[in-house]
Design a binder for this molecule. Sequence first.
Ligand code: PLP
Length: 457
Amino acid sequence: MREARIPADGDAFAVSAARRDDGAHVLHSWSAIEMPAPTMVAGAQGAYFWDETGRRWLDFSSQLVNVNVGHQHPRLVAAIQAQAQTLCTIAPYHANPATSEAARLIAEAAPADLNRVFFTNGGAEAVENAVRMARLHTGRHKVLTAYRSYHGATAAALTASGDPRRWPSEPGAPGFARFWGPYPYRSAFHASDAREEGERALAHLANTIQVEGPQTIAAILLESVVGGNGILVPPDGYLQGVRDLCDEHGIVMIADEVMSGFGRCGEWFAIDRWNVVPDLITFAKGVNCGYVPLGGVILRDSIAASFAKRAYPGGLTYAGHPLACAAAVACIGIYREESLIGRARALGETIIGPALRAMQDRHPSVGDVRGLGAFWAVELVRDRATREALVPFNASGAAYAPMAEFAGECKRLGLWPLVMGNRLHVVPPLNIDEADLRAGLAIIDEALHIADRHYIG
Ligand code: PLP
């Protein structure tokens, strides 16, 4: 792994100018201008990134769970450079080889007859368009989505999200109703185990469909494995049950695989683990690891047929962007050649899962450990018996201090964590060195003494 570069004097000047410009001119996502300045990243390589002082961190967040092949993968960088020499951009009403090949490779990765790809610039736009497709296909308007979900920050995608990030943008787009999905550790159904949780969650969904009116429901939209809201792995049988309810009522099943897809869960798409075939898959992030923004919707033949003669009424200036698609072609090649899908599965089974469970034995504050592939959550509590969370739901400021302290300790020890609510999400690149992975897990183990300090059980 390349060592962090110590900046020369000239660089230091450039960095201070960059800091000044950032402070004066950038409004960062989900942030107030007067919040502490973000880390100014000077470079990144593999599973590491560093700031202008040469301080570097092991990236256990994969940024926003997108950098599945690590930073600056040479093959991915080269593919973007080569495409830039050939064709940087072209309007989406033209075809071009990069976009065509990316679509073929994505369709090959997708299950069954999901053979056609509609490209967007990211995940939220993918969800917007999947919802539009389902509405046009069925002639119905309503979409059911889960509490504890995130689907993006554009109008319909945010309305679809069962997440506090939605609240400031309410009232959102019309036509959405919500249900509870399975979450054995904090069951909405008073279930005593995962099997019962799955069954009760399905019964609840069936009831929700009845009272919402099946003939009004265009789609059920759900994350195959819930990501940002807690790495909630559905009990076996749950996704098949959702598929069956969709078939019974002529509802389009949309699997949001923006975070869980492209190897993160040890499968091309998380839903493959249960051999369930959705009607539409939304993707982004891991398709090309975000080296150039890209997302999209993969359509089953039956849905695509709705647009065989009728024009699909949606599009984006940069849809199927050649640079982004060339990156997707290279990225899918990397997944295949470096066997990263199977590697993610193996890392979860042999290293990450066992290490986190061992931490649960050592640290009282670790209430729950769950996940698969390179997609894990450690849920921190004040009391194992009551399962009181280490910080309250949607906490900020002083109420969030225990998690902020824990995250700060991880960073101090050289690991960049992804913390969401009362959870640490362990989501490193799929090609992380085994030694780095173990070193990162050891840092988490060490930092957990901070969480243990707040334990009251
Ligand atoms: N869907 C899921 C499951 C996500 O996790 C996200 C982002 O984290 C999105 C959609 C939105 O993607 P984007 O931020 O690319 O718009």
